[in-house]
Design a protein around this ligand. Structure first.
Ligand SMILES: [Zn+2]
Ligand SMILES: [Zn+2]
Length: 148
C-alpha cells in the first residue's frame, strides 16, 4: 500500500498497489507555470486504486489540444495532489512529491525537454523526448496499460 497527502495533512490518500509505480518528469512550460517550479514530477496510477480522505477542490483547464485536465487540490492548503486528463481516462496522475517516501521515485522518463530549464542535466540512461512521448511508448516505459 502506498500512502501520501498534502502539506497541511487535511487530505490523505492510499494507493492500493503492490509496488511503487514508475514516474516521469514533464518539463513543458505549462507544468512549470502550474507547479510554480521547474518541472512536474508525475506518477500515473489507475484511478480505481486511489482512495482519498479529506475535502478536495477541483480546477479544470483546457489545453490548446482540447484535452481537459482536472486538478484535485486540498481544500485547506490548496496543494495539488493529483489530476485526471480527458485523454487518459481511468488514470490519476499523482504529484510525485506528495507520496510518502517520494525519495524512492526517480523519473523513468523525461518529456518536453525542448523547454526544460537549462541548468537541469538529465541522466544519459533515462529516455527523454523533445515533446510528448507517443502514448504507447510512454505506457511501455511506465509499465502501464496503453491508453484507450
Ligand atoms: Zn492540505
Ligand atoms: Zn507538462
Amino acid at each position: 500500500m502506498i500512502t501520501g497527502g498534502c502539506r497541511c495533512g487535511a487530505v490523505r490518500y492510499t494507493i492500493a498497489l503492490e509496488r511503487m509505480p514508475r514516474s516521469y518528469a514533464c518539463h513543458c512550460t505549462l507544468c512549470q507555470r502550474a507547479s510554480g517550479s521547474s518541472f512536474a514530477h508525475q506518477m500515473p496510477v489507475p484511478e480505481a486504486a486511489l482512495s482519498v480522505t479529506g475535502e478536495l477542490l477541483t480546477a479544470g483547464v483546457t489545453s490548446v489540444s482540447g484535452a481537459v485536465s482536472t486538478g484535485y487540490h486540498c481544500a485547506a492548503c490548496v496543494g495539488r495532489l493529483y489530476s485526471t486528463n480527458s485523454r487518459w481516462p481511468g488514470m490519476a496522475i499523482v504529484r510525485a512529491g506528495t507520496v510518502d517516501g517520494s525519495e524512492r521515485l526517480t523519473p523513468a522518463l523525461h518529456i518536453f525537454i525542448s523547454t526544460k530549464q537549462p541548468w537541469i542535466a538529465l541522466p544519459r540512461d533515462v529516455p527523454a523526448f523533445e515533446e510528448s512521448a507517443p502514448p504507447a511508448e510512454l505506457a511501455t516505459i511506465l509499465e502501464l496499460a496503453p491508453p484507450a
